[in-house]
Design a protein around this ligand. Structure first.
Ligand code: NDP
Length: 330
């Protein structure tokens, strides 16, 4: 039974030797327990924060203990009447091929019509983050201009599509020409900008947002956000979903540099964690599922095969090799 542990706390950009792969016996199932076989494991940028020994909204991973993330698993043995063998579940689980559970915190997947991996993406936390962050913190209105950073990623590509469904003009910022094409053709963004090749991002945002920016859904922070902020309109809303460009910083953080703009534009910058919106999860899940089944939302994922490749898939998030949700198939 393979298991991946956090061997060292990463300094700056994480590296493969921050992780350790070990093997152990497949655990024995006791009364009230089930044996889970991992099928799909989610790797997410926020896991980087849990690798630091700092207090945050989730406790840090412990050294030499398994890393955890969202996992889709199959019940392969059951001594728990609530879970039959063959049931598929999702939950926050260890990076292990097999593990036992008492079933607490697991969600049964009853509809497998769209496959299982979607429950790590558009029909899972990713979809909830995109919808609730945009609606609750971004408050978009038809006709407004919505700019998204990290636009071709798991959350970003869903935010843009929801923006289009709501009647916004949608402009995405992303890291390759291939992703620009994907956003404009498949995801129907009005425009996308490659932040790695553009000479002046501030000017590019100005060009593609001639009416200014009303909502900025921020997944990356840093200089990309500076360029967008320079173009915000009066009463702009800025949901801060993530700040991946800053997660590997080793220098002490300094505050937002563009406070005068927030002030003069009477703008609202709102940080959020998806779990702030737990009371809206059930209704949002319903809405996302029906939009998805009606074909109003499409989905992109990057599937990496093999348990041993989980750490590399995680590292690759910081290189942008993924399009849509990064998932490891076991
Ligand atoms: P993504 O699928 O967007 O993957 C990460 C992407 O970030 C990469 O593909 C890459 O795309 C981009 N990226 C990596 N490094 C940089 C950099 N230095 N500057 C700019 N872009 C970079 O991940 P998710 O959709 O899962 O997450 C997106 C953001 O949302 C993250 O910041 C994450 O922490 C946050 N998040 C927040 C949640 C919340 O509750 N608030 C919940 C879920 C996610 P590219 O090629 O464009 O560079």
């Amino acid at each position: 039974n393979k298991v991946i542990l956090l061997a060292k706390r990463p300094v700056g950009k994480p590296a493969l030797n921050d992780f350790k792969l070990i093997t152990e016996q497949i655990p024995v199932v006791s009364e009230g327990e089930i044996l889970l076989k991992s099928l799909y494991i989610s790797v997410d940028p926020y896991l980087r924060g849990r690798m630091n020994d700092i207090k945050s909204y989730v406790p840090p991973f412990e050294l030499n203990k398994p890393i955890q993330s969202a996992v889709i698993a199959e019940v392969v043995e059951s001594k728990n009447a609530d879970f039959k063998t063959g049931t598929f579940v999702s939950g926050n689980l260890d990076w292990k091929e097999y593990q036992v559970s008492k079933g607490k915190g697991l969600t049964k997947i009853t509809d497998q019509g769209s496959g299982l991996s979607v429950y790590l993406g558009i029909l899972g936390m990713t979809g909830l983050t995109a919808y609730l962050g945009l609606i609750q913190a971004g408050k978009p209105k038809a006709g407004e201009t919505l700019v998204i950073s990290g636009a071709a990623g798991a959350v970003g590509s869903v935010v843009g599509q929801i923006g289009k469904l709501l009647g916004c003009r949608v402009v995405g910022i992303t890291g390759s020409d291939q992703k620009v094409t994907l956003l404009e053709s498949k995801f129907k963004f009005d425009h996308a900008i490659n932040y790695k090749t553009v000479t002046d991002l501030n000017e590019a945002v100005k060009k593609y947002c001639p009416q200014g920016v009303d909502v900025y859904f921020d997944n990356v922070g840093g200089e990309i956000s500076d360029a967008v902020l320079a173009n915000i309109n009066k009463y702009a809303r800025l949901p801060v979903c993530g700040a991946i460009s800053l997660y590997n910083n080793t220098a002490a953080a300094t505050g937002p540099r563009l406070q005068p703009l927030l002030l003069t534009k009477s703008a609202t910058m709102t940080g959020f964690i998806v779990s702030d919106f737990t009371e809206h999860f059930a209704e949002t899940q319903k809405k996302m599922t029906s939009w998805f089944k009606e074909g109003k939302l499409i989905y992109s994922e990057t599937i990496i095969e093999g348990f041993d490749n989980i750490p590399q898939a995680f590292l690759d998030l910081f290189e942008g090799t993924n399009q849509g949700k990064m998932i490891v198939k076991i």
